[in-house]
Design a protein around this ligand. Structure first.
Ligand SMILES: Cc1cc2nc3c(=O)[nH]c(=O)nc-3n(C[C@H](O)[C@H](O)[C@H](O)COP(=O)(O)OP(=O)(O)OC[C@H]3O[C@@H](n4cnc5c(N)ncnc54)[C@H](O)[C@@H]3O)c2cc1C
Length: 420
């Protein structure tokens, strides 16, 4: 066999590509030649960053409705076939990674993502999976039943099966530079590719005073409203005000996908309605009302300091044209207390932008799931598979995105080894 002839070439040595190769290892034993083509100097660079370096590799509560995709029904069947229980069993029993749960979040017991990257690396090298580093696939040509892959450096590799596992467009420093679109366009015509956009990202706003809140965290709810005032998504958790002027935190990232899409579609009246208190407006009204009796002569900022951060009081009262450091609680009318309570529990922040690609954790968009068969093979191109973030399927924070990488990779490996 000539040097550059393979049975399977996986383009991209990220989470999905590495896992797909691992699941093909038994097939490799039958004499098949498998190779990972990776553009970077090492594999698993993004995987190493996941979960703040701890790798939240799956979730015991993977719910299909927590994903955005063009084919929710297919997603249900994919997750049913290779779900989080199967992933955990494979990591523990085959790759030798002991797992630990924190609530529904699953991590390696070492709480180090390098444990996961190493387990995959070791397993692949023991099972004769080859790796070519610093080789960026530039073109894929189809020639009857085989594919030729040409790299930027001018090398050509031939293969029967090709798996596109090049990831999305975010954190481009890890090698995810959106190459799937170009690689697939030449083979499929491009119409089945939904352009990548950042998802799981922060939201920015130019509302006056927001930068003064930088670093403040509060627990509450965030709802994304479109220009018609309709709620398009909501989530609950810790909201963090960013130094760039905006909001972030897991619950904000979880709803950012829809905000990004609305803004990019030209909606210039997108709002994030945030609850700054984690309580209801009725509860807050009562708390302020009682304080007005107890601390009538204190300024609002001082009187409310036991229940609200001063910056928050100042920010919200400023939006009512009231000065929190000079006006006393006694000066507030019942109507103003009601308005203040409502704003504290549903403050409308105009969303004018979103975190750049180097800040977003995943991409939305990718090759349509509908155009892949149940084993992630492009429907009308036998031998061509797409997995991981390169597929139009992205989830919320909490292990959902890596689980999609493991699920889609397992399905492709199953398809290739059974030739389906
Ligand atoms: C900071 C951060 C934290 C995250 N934390 C979590 C978490 O805790 N849990 C979770 O579920 N998800 C998390 N994610 C998301 C998760 O990392 C991704 O969804 C996942 O890595 C996608 O896997 P992938 O293999 O499809 O793509 P990637 O991991 O992006 O891998 C793609 C690979 O392809 C290579 N490549 C690209 N183009 C080419 C080419 N033309 N030729 C050859 N090679 C190429 C790249 O160099 C890269 O190695 C996080 C993401 C980020 C950025």
């Amino acid at each position: 066999m000539a040097d550059n002839n393979y049975d399977t070439i996986i383009i991209g040595g990220g989470a999905a590509g590495l896992y797909c190769a691992a699941r093909l290892a038994r097939w490799a034993y039958t004499g098949k030649r498998i190779m990972i083509l990776e553009s970077g100097p090492r594999v698993g660079r993004k995987l190493a960053l996941t979960g703040s370096g701890r790798c939240n590799l799956t979730n015991t509560d993977i719910i299909p409705s927590k994903y955005n995709t063009d084919d929710p029904d297919k997603l249900v069947s994919c997750l049913f076939r290779y779900g989080s229980t199967e992933t955990a069993a494979y990591y523990e029993n085959v790759l030798g990674v002991v797992l630990e749960q924190k609530g529904s979040l699953v991590y390696p017991a070492t709480y180090k993502s390098s444990t996961v990257v190493d387990a995959l690396r070791f397993y692949l090298s023991e099972n004769n999976i080859e790796t070519e580093l610093k080789e960026r696939a530039a073109y894929i040509f189809r020639d009857n039943d085989t594919f030729d892959i040409e790299t930027e450096s001018g090398r050509t590799f031939h293969t029967k099966y090709v798996v596109i596992a090049t990831g999305g467009i975010t954190y481009p420093s890890t090698g995810s530079t959106g190459d799937a679109e170009n690689l697939l366009e030449k083979l499929t015509g491009g119409s089945d590719f939904i352009p990548f956009k950042p998802a799981l990202t922060s939201l920015s706003s130019d509302i006056p005073g927001i930068k003064a809140l930088a670093g403040i965290r509060c627990r509450g709810e965030v709802r994304i409203c479109d220009g018609n005032g309709d709620i398009r998504d909501k989530s609950e958790g810790e909201i963090l005000f960013t130094k760039e002027g905006g909001i972030s935190g897991i619950c904000v990232m979880d709803v950012s996908d829809i905000a990004v899409k609305l803004i990019d579609a030209g909606d210039d009246n997108v709002k994030a309605i945030i609850n700054l208190t984690g309580k209801s407006a009725g509860e807050i009204f009562q708390m302020i009302y009682i304080r007005r009796q107890m601390y009538a002569n204190r300024t609002c900022e001082d009187a409310l300091s036991g229940m609200l951060l001063r910056n928050i009081t100042e920010f919200v009262m400023k939006s009512m044209d009231l000065k929190s450091d000079s006006i006393t609680l006694r000066d507030l009318t019942d109507k103003q207390i009601a308005e203040l309570s409502n704003l504290l529990c549903a403050f409308p922040i105009p969303v004018t932008g979103y975190g750049t690609l180097d800040k977003a954790q995943v991409s939305s968009g990718g090759f349509r799931l509908k155009k892949l068969n149940g084993n992630m093979q492009v429907s009308d191109i036998p031998g061509l598979y797409v997995i991981g973030e390169a597929v139009n399927c992205n989830g919320i924070c909490g292990g959902y995105n890596l689980q999609w990488a493991w699920t889609s990779a397992s399905l492709a490996a199953e398809g290739i080894s059974q030739n389906v």
